[in-house]
Design a protein around this ligand. Sequence first.
Ligand code: SF4
Ligand code: SF4
Length: 93
Amino acid sequence: MKCLAENLLDKKEPTPVGKCTGCKTCVVACKDNHGSEPGIWLRRVTEYAGGTWKRTEEGAWKQDVFIYYVSDACNHCADPACATACPYHVLLT
Ligand code: SF4
Ligand code: SF4
């Protein structure tokens, strides 16, 4: 059986980062399956956010805020719990 990274490479597509909601179910699934020690995170979700709210001269509020999540695995499991637990199938599509 191929590991997660090999499956993704086979599809010749990047992981669909834009679909990740940052729920961290994958992180919990990994820790639950491997019983890793506190402070050890083999799956990590990183948040990238920016933008601001600005008031126009007319008094309305306009915004250009954004947020993305990137979920990274260690890619060591042949049958990764982190990938199969994702409720949005981000890591299997
Ligand atoms: S591949 Fe396995 S050990 Fe690595 S993050 Fe996923 S479930 Fe955890
Ligand atoms: S990859 Fe899936 S389970 Fe992990 S944080 Fe993103 S949406 Fe949630």
